[in-house]
Design a binder for this molecule. Structure first.
Ligand code: URA
Ligand code: SF4
Length: 209
């Protein structure tokens, strides 16, 4: 296989169901990230979900836990969904990249953004999830998910909340990543950005009620 770019493709099962994908993804070695991470963190939610939310990659807590959005970013995300009037049971949550990329600083593992090569390698999983779910609405949370599904010319702050063209003919929007809110320097900026995030998420109700 030398010379071929890293890809999850050889691990994608022939039969596309969520349980089959989840199981197969546990063994993925499609790029280098599997080697240092604890485990694959696959998407979760009902197969009947009409809405798919796509984050960047599992964080430290998700890596240890094995489930997406169980850490601080997830708390912001699920609160914002509730405030936007979106039922948590109606969404499927996943990530553009399924293994945690990090740098070690002493005992701490510091999140490191996935590179283009990891995003591309992992895209077959995301595409398979979209094929199985056929969601009415896909929300890309932050630049990594946007790059993965809507291409590298999309700019989150410029294009947030717009319906963007995509190969799945699905209503697709980009918005900020919830962890960007956690980095706001003060309460009032947090509130302002949180309100904009909720406003973007409210678009879900218009398209996928
Ligand atoms: N951030 C993400 O992008 N995904 C998660 O699952 C958790 C934090
Ligand atoms: Fe496979 Fe994606 Fe993990 Fe890379 S990040 S090993 S492509 S599941």
């Amino acid at each position: 296989m030398s010379g071929e770019p890293p890809s999850a493709k050889p691990w994608i099962p022939a039969r596309l169901t969520l349980p089959a994908l989840t199981k197969a993804a546990k063994g993925c070695e499609g790029c280098e990230l599997y080697a240092r991470a604890t485990q694959t963190v696959f998407g979760e939610g009902s197969a009947a979900a009409r809405v798919m939310l796509v984050g960047e990659q599992p964080g430290d807590k998700e890596d240890l836990d094995g489930h997406p959005f169980v850490g601080p970013a997830g708390r912001v995300l699920f609160q914002a969904l509730e405030d936007a009037g979106v039922d948590r049971q109606s969404v499927y949550v996943t990530n553009a990249v399924k293994h945690f990329r990090f740098e070690e600083r002493g005992k701490r593992r510091i999140h490191k953004k996935p590179a283009a090569v990891h995003i591309t390698a992992c895209l077959p999983w995301l595409e398979a999830e979209i094929q199985v779910l056929r969601p009415d609405f896909v929300v890309c949370l932050g630049a990594t998910a946007a790059q993965s599904l809507a291409g590298s010319t999309v700019r989150v702050l410029r294009d947030r909340g717009k319906l963007l063209p995509n190969p799945w003919a699905t209503a697709l929007i980009v918005t900020v990543h919830p962890s960007s809110l956690l980095r706001m320097p003060d309460r009032s900026q947090y509130q302002e950005q949180y309100d904009l995030f909720v406003r973007d998420l409210k678009l879900i109700n218009q398209r996928a009620a």
